[in-house]
Write a protein of this length. Sequence first.
Length: 300
Amino acid sequence: MKTLVVTLLLTTAALPVMAEDWTEDYRILRIGVTSSENEADRMARWEPWRAYLAETFGVEVEIYTAGSYDGIVQALAAGQIEFASLGSSAYAAAWTETEGGVRPILASQEEDGSTGYYSIIAVRCDAGYDSLDDLEGKVLAFADPDSTSGYAVPSYNLAQQGYDPSTFFSATTFSGSHEAAVQGVVNRQFDAAATNINNEVNGVPQRMVSKGMIEEGEICWIWESPEITNGPVTVRTDLPEDLIEDIKQAYLRAPEDAPEAFRSISGGDVATAKGFVEVDHDRYQWIVDMREWLKSQRRS
């Protein structure tokens, strides 16, 4: 009997330790989405992607949205969502808020190989504004306090170029979203608005034209920022590594495995992205530094 017990113990000890499948603990995955669009368009655009991830992982996937960028940041910090599609500034805010409790894994790449986009100052094409100098004493609309291209980058770069938004414009305001800011310019509610483009054919104004929200030729831009690294797919660092790797692989395979879903989240009819590239925090440290500069300006 002793020999049998010892043999069983040795046999059991020799068996490999099997890693527990992450799907046993995460039956629902929640992805946070920030967007320049209204709520209805945002949910419609992301539904094919939600379905793709649900089928790929074999678990339920939910799209989590909030009324502002900060809502997604707080949801990550509170563990209410597992990963998120963030702009660069929102990622920096999440990284700071969680004290490094999130990390970027992927950023989108355009067909021309670029991995960035640009903040622009948009105006009505018929307003007669040809440069920033023409906007002195006018009203500028920012998108959201946590928007990279809709607030942080233009505020930072305009100030560096001698156009301090707090004194150069007669007033600045937050519209709540990129589309609302651009629409406000079209409706002459604002003289100018901060938003973004990827290139000459893809960006917030171009997508609004394709959706019939504004007319072709109504919006032009008179200022463009340096390139901003595309906002990252961001995951919580306390997630299992195999879950993070599966998320990464699903995104990387999407252009071939789910081209329509990938096209939908990449801009629809004006999409120019071809896939994703791996990124790390170092790509976004300057955004963290910029946000600290902005905070110091507010305090002063």
